[in-house]
Design a protein around this ligand. Structure first.
Ligand code: GLU
Length: 480
């Protein structure tokens, strides 16, 4: 990597990768790629009750599917590991010990019940509940006594009595009043770190230069600034990206529809289409272009153009952009991704070139890959479903003669049918039957595909192949 910019995405493996998390990962990744820096993935799994290996696997798989590959992280050692917090517990303990030895932290023996009682009293009196400092200055003898009584302590940071300013690249300076925080816990009684402590130790040791994460972490950042100062580590730059909200400005919720990357994948969005859309949630390129390849996103991405306003999730716009990506991304990639949608509907095509040719013809009208099976089903063997409008064309008076003539004309050439042979035969058959324009195309389209709309007939015939074309024309002719 050519410079020292180091960013990280730090998912907690407690569920699926949500679009908000994916957008955070994307901004970090684009920034790293644009700047020639390093993108790190760190798994924040210290919440033992909620973290699962299965979720970690799913999150990493979603990142990989999106193409957000990491330079350091699980499975990719970059000399700053381990990259799972559960494997770094000694580091947190050592750092807490150091703060204790320097008098910047202290052991607190208050029980949960005592703290809860005080919290309730504070609320009842209309005060903001805050740790009251009872264990701040315990004498060694008092501590020993509490320990002899079997109390296992937590470790709290001695919060300095002053306001904290967070400088944010997206939001400017944000001031937090000292009343907002007391001596907060950095190590729990079971020796596990709290989020705000582990993050600082990790970000500092991993030499993170820019912390780009969701706006909802701002109150945490205030605490983290104090941890950095206590540990004597330099602050990284912070950039808090705004919330993603629903079109009606409420919090994005499951009730609305898909919210996780795997759901969007199953709905048939392309990684490139989803990435493109996510990039526009809170960022805009200087040229206001809305459809961009990943390379263009990397080229244009700058933190300066990240907006502090909430970004509204608009599924129609996602569909619109995805449709562009379906048309413009390399055919082989689109076909490879579309294969499982077709196969799930029993549309199995072992010849990848032929499958690709179908996708090429069908992709023009698609918004999602989940629409692909319907768009290509007529290419497959078996009875084709005939739409009502198409059926009407088949029952016209001239249709029988037209189709018979087309079969005959096709018989004048040998070998596989290509688009131009078919078009020539079609023209000749039209003359034979005295029909042209719609009267020529519609019955033939209906006979070959069962539909009244679709891709150019010559190309359709070429992909169907001579056998199917003759078979369908003959069958329709018999039935019309
Ligand atoms: N594990 C935290 C989360 O998933 C990471 C926050 C951060 O980036 O510091 O929200």
């Amino acid at each position: 990597m050519s410079n020292n910019i180091r960013v990280r995405f730090a998912p907690s493996p407690t569920g699926h990768l949500h679009v908000g998390g994916a957008r955070t990962a994307l901004f970090n990744w684009l920034f790293a790629r644009h700047e020639g820096g390093t993108f790190i993935v760190r798994v924040e799994d210290t919440d033992r009750a909620r973290s699962t290996e299965e979720s970690e696997r799913a999150v990493l798989e979603d990142l990989t599917w999106l193409g957000l590959t990491w330079d350091e992280g699980p499975g990719v050692d970059g000399g700053h590991g381990p990259y799972r917090q559960s494997e770094r517990l000694d580091l947190y303990r050592e750092h807490a010990e150091r703060l204790l030895a320097e008098g910047k932290a202290f052991r607190c023996y208050c029980t949960d019940e005592e703290l809860e009682e005080k919290r309730r009293t504070a609320l009842a009196q209309g005060r903001v509940p805050q740790y009251d400092g009872v264990c701040r200055d315990l004498t060694p003898a008092a501590r020993k006594q509490l320990e002899d009584e079997g109390q296992s302590p937590v470790v709290r940071l001695r919060a300095p009595p002053r306001d904290v300013t967070v400088s944010d690249l997206v939001r400017g300076d944000i001031e937090f009043k000292k009343e907002m925080l007391g001596d907060f816990i950095i190590l729990r009684s079971d020796g596990r770190p709290t989020y705000n402590f582990a993050v600082v130790v990790d970000d500092a040791l991993m030499q993170i230069t820019h912390v780009i994460r969701a706006e909802e972490h701002l109150p945490n950042t205030m605490r983290q600034v104090l941890v950095y100062e206590a540990l004597g580590y330099a602050l990284p730059a912070f950039a808090h990206v705004s919330l993603i909200v629903d079109k009606d400005r409420s919090k994005l919720s499951k009730r609305r529809g898909a919210t996780s990357v795997s759901e969007f994948r199953n709905l048939g969005y392309l990684p490139g289409g989803l990435l493109n859309y996510l990039a526009l949630l809170g960022w805009s390129p200087p040229d206001s272009e809305e459809v961009m390849t990943v390379a263009e996103l990397i080229d244009k991405f700058e933190l300066e153009r990240v907006s502090p306003s909430p970004a509204a999730f608009d599924e129609d716009k996602l569909d619109w952009g995805n449709a562009h990506h379906l048309r413009e991304e390399p055919l082989a990639d689109v076909a490879a991704l579309g294969m499982r949608f077709a196969e799930a509907r029993g549309l199995i095509e072992p010849d990848f070139d032929r499958f690709e040719a179908m996708v090429d013809l069908a992709r023009e009208g698609l918004a999602r890959l989940s629409d692909l099976p319907d768009a290509i089903s007529f290419f497959f063997d078996g009875d084709i479903e005939v739409e009502d409008e198409a059926r009407e064309w088949l029952f016209r008076d001239e249709t029988k003669q037209l189709l018979a003539s087309l079969v005959r004309r096709l018989g004048e050439s040998e070998g596989e049918i290509d688009a131009s042979t078919f078009k020539a035969a079609l023209k000749a058959a039209g003359k034979d039957a005295g029909v042209k324009g719609k009267d020529l195309f519609m019955p033939v389209r209906a006979a070959l595909t069962g539909r009244s709309h679709g891709p150019a007939l010559g190309e359709v015939a070429a992909v169907l192949g001579r056998g199917r074309v003759i078979g369908r024309l003959t069958q329709a002719e018999g039935g019309s």
